[in-house]
Design a protein around this ligand. Structure first.
Ligand SMILES: [Fe+2]
Length: 295
């Protein structure tokens, strides 16, 4: 049931902007291991897409870096009304309304950016440009689902993303992890983890099937790309996934299948669960409460 008086949050995640030391190598990595298609690039930047949306990863060439750094995340917004309301909320919270990245201004209708409590740029915009057809590549993701953000400002971030930007909590694991959803009703379009440091820990891509997740895993094994966490069955979002990790090429890339999408009614009425800090509340296939070792 639509709660018409609820102030809307963003619609869903569209892209991450990642500075990488060797852009050509990262493009190859993302093509082969994640299944993204390169659409546009020069010496400074590259756009890769998964489906019809203009891009899901923007790479910035940063040869001075040793490892990658995710510098911005982009979320689409359903309408001008919601965008105006979000801008009003940002202003009311005393935060600075920033312009979108210059290149992004030509790829949407309207938008603005804001820094989260850790300084990560969050871009919000309407009418993200799209292609008429998805890539003709068979083994590719259908969508970029969420960033998972480790933060030393967990409480401030939770307040910012929920109270200012209107994300809805889907589930908590203790007071160390929270899964937040947008209006596209994925179980989570952003997750926060209490940590000593701030970094974007992973980006999650939804593959077409579990078969494709396993083909991605086979490619990682074949090329000796470290698998930071092997197959897990997530309790909160019901997805089955594994995580690739080569710090030169970005945060961990999670390839998943089966991420829960709430129904419109559940979206308005879901009560976030408060789950215990137990490995089985992250991966239901863990054998016991002390089975943490394989994360
Ligand atoms: Fe994830």
């Amino acid at each position: 049931m639509a709660a018409d008086d609820r102030r809307r949050g963003p619609f869903g995640m569209e892209y991450a902007r990642i500075a990488v030391p060797d852009m050509a190598a990262t493009i190859e990595f993302l093509q082969y291991h994640v299944g993204l298609q390169l659409e546009q690039h020069n010496d400074e930047y590259a756009y890769l897409r998964a489906d019809i949306e203009h891009h899901c990863v923007e790479l910035l060439s940063a040869p001075d870096l040793e490892t990658s750094k995710t510098v911005a995340v982009g979320f689409s917004v359903e309408s001008d009304e919601v965008l105006d309301d979000l801008q009003e909320r940002v202003t009311a919270a005393g935060l600075e309304v920033l312009p979108l990245h210059d290149r992004m201004k030509g790829l949407c209708e309207r938008g603005f950016a804001v820094r989260d409590p850790n300084g990560l740029i969050v871009e919000l915009f309407t009418e993200f440009q799209e292609y008429a057809e998805p890539p003709l590549v068979e083994l590719r993701p259908l969508d970029l689902v969420h960033p998972f953000i480790a933060t030393d400002k967990y409480d401030e971030c939770l307040e910012f993303y929920t109270k200012v930007l209107g994300f809805l909590p889907s589930d908590y694991v203790g007071d160390v992890t929270v899964f937040l959803r947008c209006e596209d009703r994925y179980h989570h379009s952003l997750a926060l983890q209490r940590n000593k440091e701030h970094y974007v820990a992973h980006l999650c891509f939804m593959m077409k099937s579990f078969d494709h997740v396993m083909r991605g895993r086979a490619r990682a094994l074949y090329k000796n790309v470290p698998i930071a966490s092997d197959l897990v069955n997530h309790s909160a979002s019901t997805s089955i996934a594994f995580y690739l990790f080569d710090p030169k090429h970005g945060p961990r890339y999670e390839l998943c299948d089966g991420h829960r999408v709430l129904t419109p009614e559940e979206h308005e009425t879901h009560r976030p669960r408060r789950m215990a800090v137990d490995p089985r509340n992250i991966d239901v296939w863990r054998a016991a409460a002390d089975d943490w070792g394989r994360f």
